[in-house]
Design a protein around this ligand. Structure first.
Ligand code: CTP
Length: 151
């Protein structure tokens, strides 16, 4: 086990290999207020062989929806999601930026129909590195910084 600095969790999700400094943003978009008292851990700037430095987020008692995994992929495309059960890693997968982003991102164009009518927002991923998406409705393109502030 690589990270003995941060305690293991019994049951829940470990989001590993987050680019250094992005862990807090991952926590923010998951709206983790922890009202039930589950443990939430953030390790930032931890040594990583693959990334040099990385962040890790551990959330006890939480399992991610597909929508949440897609949001994480936009912030932290290198992230690995580990599902922990009874102290063991039961499942592990890499997040992947989908080809279409539906319902999780607001269009930055204030005049876009998706900001005025009850339509579900939809974007096409035109580039993954650097991240760039195009709105299905108004064709406005958004780059990483705009995407992160409109999640
Ligand atoms: N983890 C945890 N609690 C557990 C089990 C694992 O917090 N009960 C965390 C580990 O600390 C690690 C991540 O989940 O950050 C993945 O665990 P594991 O697969 O054992 O670690 P590595 O082999 O280092 O993972 P990888 O190969 O993905 O780098």
């Amino acid at each position: 086990m690589a990270e003995l600095k941060v305690t293991a969790i019994k049951e829940g999700t470990v989001i590993d290999h987050i680019p250094a400094g992005k862990g807090l943003k991952v926590i923010e978009i998951l709206h983790l207020s922890r009202p039930n008292g589950g443990v939430l851990l953030l390790a930032s700037n931890v040594h990583s062989k693959k990334l040099g430095k990385k962040d890790i987020v551990k959330i006890e008692g939480k399992f991610l929806s597909e929508e949440e995994v897609n949001k994480i992929s936009l912030i932290a495309p290198t992230a690995t999601v580990n599902i922990v059960r009874d102290y063991g890693v039961a499942e592990k997968f890499n997040v992947e930026i989908p080809d279409e982003i539906v319902g999780i991102l607001r269009c930055a164009n204030p005049n876009c129909v998706s900001n005025h009518e009850y339509v579900t927002s939809k974007f096409y991923v035109v580039s993954r590195e650097p991240l760039k998406v195009r709105c299905h409705y108004c064709e406005r393109t958004m780059e990483e910084s705009e995407i992160l502030s409109n999640l």
